[in-house]
Design a protein around this ligand. Structure first.
Ligand SMILES: [Cu+2]
Length: 115
């Protein structure tokens, strides 16, 4: 009885650890991949460019709800992943963008100017 319960505990642990390892892999993939390796469909959040700071590589965006960050609409500063993004926009532009938390900072990882 004692041995049996030990065995089943080990088995249960092995089963419960397996999905955890997979989840970790999945979590690491996007942060390492600035490359277009992930074919995941991305939802763009609406925003309006309020300020462009090329020296600091930052954008002030009045943004809609950011579901992936659990953030309500507001105006705030984001770092941009690629300095070229700052050349794409001008103040007042309506944009669609994706922001992610990278090393404690909010970074725009995708940006499209809306027509
Ligand atoms: Cu915000």
């Amino acid at each position: 009885m004692h041995i049996l319960s030990k065995f089943s505990l080990a088995a249960a642990l092995a089963v419960s650890l397996a999905p955890l390892a997979q989840a970790n892999d999945a979590h690491h993939a996007p942060s390492a991949a600035a490359a277009p390796a992930a074919p995941a469909e991305v939802t763009l959040t609406e925003g309006e460019v309020k300020k462009i700071n090329k020296e600091a590589g930052k954008l002030t965006i009045k943004h809609g709800e950011l579901k992936n960050l659990g953030m309500s609409p507001m105006t705030m500063i984001f770092r941009v992943q690629d300095a070229a993004m700052l050349e794409q926009v001008k103040i007042g532009d309506k944009i669609g963008f994706v922001a992610e938390r990278v090393g404690g900072q909010l970074v725009v990882t995708k940006l499209e100017v809306q027509q």
